[in-house]
Design a protein around this ligand. Structure first.
Ligand code: ADP
Ligand code: MG
Length: 463
């Protein structure tokens, strides 16, 4: 098989797979981690035509994105990797036997990941590692902070206070810190506790001491090297727990031990909370896990599918990512449901149709109430243009922007696969991605546009 990689082009014997591997390394330094995972890492070098390296991509839509957004960078990287290559071309990989074979080979790789030795004493979920945590612009900072703490506990970022909405990866990061330290710093004693368990342990220890029994509560929580406390927001209204936690906190920090805390709110919004505790929470580094953008969500599903060895079509992945905008746990639930449903009907690869069918009852009313027509009408009204103009191929600058705004709004407000949004306009899914990115960028540059779009959103939602 390796021999097939060698191509004799203009008398230069080159191993295209190897060249592509080095080129990929160059590209990875030029694009964001998520873009790399979604668009670049899935490419494969298949041929060399003259000085053009032919790369195969899984779908026609990614082919367009690659052409529009990454071609120059990829060509430059390939040229760096081998000076004989001056250009690249993208072809769409056919679902041939070859592809299926490779997919099953890829799946095998994940077995090795899963077969890492499990630390029996560990209280940490072995799947919640840094490797399995997908980084995008929303969580880049918090992930870097968590990694820094895991590498050098107790030295800075103390306490590290991680906050953010439900299902966005807080517990995952806490476990990732725990897993990392247990694996790399074997002499360190890491204690992970939910606020609920801390409370229960404290109550038990008070009851024990009343009976004259010895309590190891303080021994456990005040002598560890790293204390990780999940969901601290549940500490409100529990005075004795707040008091105990305050002393535990002081004792640990004074001795240079690391504290990591998670919460669904920022310290200033946890109420009622003793002021002295709030100021402790604010004394280190506060970082939030934001709501991930579409590319990060796609990458998270792909990661999960790889770990769980799910076989799911790209369109289905995009659909699930599209309809799950604010909660990753919910998104993962939708993924498992779709795969399960597809297994029941004997599908070998979970398709878009099956996914839609499996999830049709799970989409909340809010998400399904608005239809695309409403968005089109609103955009037309706002910019005083006719719907035919908006949908026509004509390209005056104003209409082109209105069309991109319509695509952007539909994708923001309606759980629809990107390809179906594209269909409305006679375009493909890559055009929709392009429009979304373009409008997001334009909104950052122009406050006026951001306000207009927000107004349209409110109009569409009927507010
Ligand atoms: P929280 O504690 O914030 O409510 P969790 O940490 O329990 O959320 O995350 C919910 C699920 O989403 C977990 O299965 C977790 O692995 C997954 N998840 C969240 N963010 C990411 C991410 N960036 N990469 C991979 N998986 C993620
Ligand atoms: Mg949690």
């Amino acid at each position: 098989m390796d021999d097939n990689n060698f191509i004799d082009s203009a008398n230069i014997q080159v191993d295209i797979k190897q060249i592509w591997e080095s080129a990929k390394n160059f590209v990875s330094t030029q694009v964001s981690g998520v873009s790399y995972d979604v668009w670049i890492d899935t490419l494969e070098a298949v041929d060399l035509k003259g000085n053009t390296l032919v790369l195969s991509t899984p779908s026609a839509s990614s082919q367009n994105v690659l052409k529009q957004r990454y071609k120059t960078k990829i060509a430059a990287a390939c040229n760096k990797a081998h000076s004989a290559i001056t250009d690249v071309e993208f072809i769409v990989e056919s679902q041939s036997d070859e592809t299926l074979k490779e997919e099953s080979e890829n799946t095998n790789e994940t077995v090795t990941i899963e077969k890492k030795p499990t630390l029996t004493s560990s209280t940490f979920n072995q799947k919640f590692t840094f490797d399995n945590f997908v980084i995008g612009s929303s969580n880049q900072f918090v992930a870097a902070a968590a990694k820094a703490v895991a590498e050098r506990p107790g030295t800075n970022c103390n306490p590290l206070f991680i906050w953010g909405g439900v299902g966005l990866g807080k517990t995952h990061l806490l476990h990732a810190i725990g897993n990392y330290i247990t694996e790399n710093k074997k002499n360190m004693n890491v204690v992970y506790v939910t606020t609920e368990k801390f409370t229960n342990d404290l109550i038990a220890s008070i009851q024990n001491s009343k009976k004259g029994a010895n309590s190891d509560f303080r021994e456990k929580y005040r002598t560890c090297d790293v204390l990780i406390v999940d969901d601290i927001q549940f500490i409100i209204n529990k005075n004795s727990v707040q008091e105990e936690f305050f002393h535990t906190f002081n004792e640990l920090v004074m001795n240079g031990k690391q504290i990591v805390i998670s919460s669904d709110k920022m310290p200033r919004d946890i109420n009622p909370l003793e002021e002295r505790l709030r100021s402790r929470f604010e004394s280190g580094l506060i970082a939030d896990v934001g709501v991930p953008d579409i590319e990060t969500r796609i990458a998270i599903i792909n990661k999960k599918a790889q770990l769980e060895r799910y076989n799911i079509s790209r369109e289905a992945v995009e659909y699930i990512a599209e309809i799950s905008k604010t909660n990753i746990r919910e998104m993962e639930g939708r993924l498992s449901r779709a795969v399960f449903y597809s297994g029941l009907i004997g599908e070998s690869i979970t398709s878009l149709e099956t996914t839609r069918e499996a999830l049709k009852d799970m989409i909340t009313e809010d998400e399904s109430q608005i239809d695309a027509n409403k968005v089109l009408e609103c955009v037309c009204k706002f910019y005083s243009i006719k719907k035919e103009e908006l949908l026509a191929r004509k390209r005056t600058k104003e209409v082109a922007q209105a069309r991109q705004i319509a695509m952007y709004l539909i994708s923001e407000l309606i759980p629809m696969p990107l390809a179906s949004i594209g269909n409305i306009f006679g375009k493909d899914h890559a055009t929709v991605i392009y429009a979304k990115n373009k409008i997001s960028e334009d909104m950052q540059k122009s406050k006026k546009l951001a306000i207009e779009i927000n107004d349209m959103k409110q109009m569409i939602k009927g507010k």
